[in-house]
Ligand binder design. Sequence first.
Ligand code: SAM
Length: 333
Amino acid sequence: MPRCIRVPKKEGEFIRARLADADLLDKRHKIRADGDFLEIPVLCDSFEEYESHESEAEEREIRPADYKEILDFPDWLAEELPNSYDIIGDVALIKLSDTLLPYKEQIGNALIEASPSIRAVMLDDGVKGELRVRKLEKIAGTGSSETVHKEFGTKIATDPSLVYYNPRLAGERARTALEVKKDEVIIDMFAGVAPFPMVISKLARPKIIYAIDLNPEAERFMKRNIELNDANCVVPIIGDARDAVEDLPPADRIIMNLPQSSEEFLNLALSSAKSGATIHLHRVLERSELDDFVSAIVDKARSEGYDIRISRTSELKTYSPTMSVYVFDIVKN
Ligand SMILES: C[S@@+](CC[C@H](N)C(=O)[O-])C[C@H]1O[C@@H](n2cnc3c(N)ncnc32)[C@H](O)[C@@H]1O
């Protein structure tokens, strides 16, 4: 019998999205409603405060359209095929091992045949450089990598070959948005195409959200997203957060989604945070170094004269066999 977690219906979509972000949703079984609760099939023993248990869940029909079945590769090759890939809007991004590269067009075409909502398939060489942009090569389909992705009722225009956007953070964006109180002043220091500001302006009532990014390509996508979502409280700023933040008013909430080096900017964020403000700091870390990292940022902040506490630590996704991406909610006392 599959394992499920039992969550109140009103939390359902929020938890489902967070499970999907973490690749812990059991997609082979269907979600079942039971009164005011949902039984959500999972691939883990527990998720946040929810323990999993054996539960009835109907099996999803295995679609003959699964791209691996369409390819019908011999076992030695089929076992190299990725189980997951990202879909942003109508564009699929897939990473392939060297062994699979000679078959890239075949694999791309199979993905389109399996999921007709996919317009183009891009071979993804991973996120690179300070601007966190992907090197993409079209291997099947039509058009460019520019697309519009739907996330929690918002529309996010983006092009992963020009600007950073990660659909797997949808659950974290919704969680952050649900914490926002009316009339907050918010700074998103590393906003990309501004998905955090879009989801926050959709789900909450902030006064203003400053969306900063270094990448000049981000500007037109931020502006388009403001239009697409009527997010008139969002102010795009193109430039280095080091310079931009100093000109902004004190904030109630600061988002720091720069997982490779966010702590280098923590002092700057603390200097712009009101007393009682929350800073959401994202960081990729060796799992074994989590405690040391927390002690180091608290000690460093104290040595700079800031009294802070970490109100929440959450593992957002696995980054490598030994590393994960974490978010720390830091409260400035
Ligand atoms: C991991 S991405 C986060 C994007 C966005 N928050 C999201 O959820 O899709 C980090 C972003 O920070 C930007 N960036 C890097 N260094 C920066 C700096 N010094 N100041 C402002 N933005 C910067 C990059 O261009 C990139 O778009």
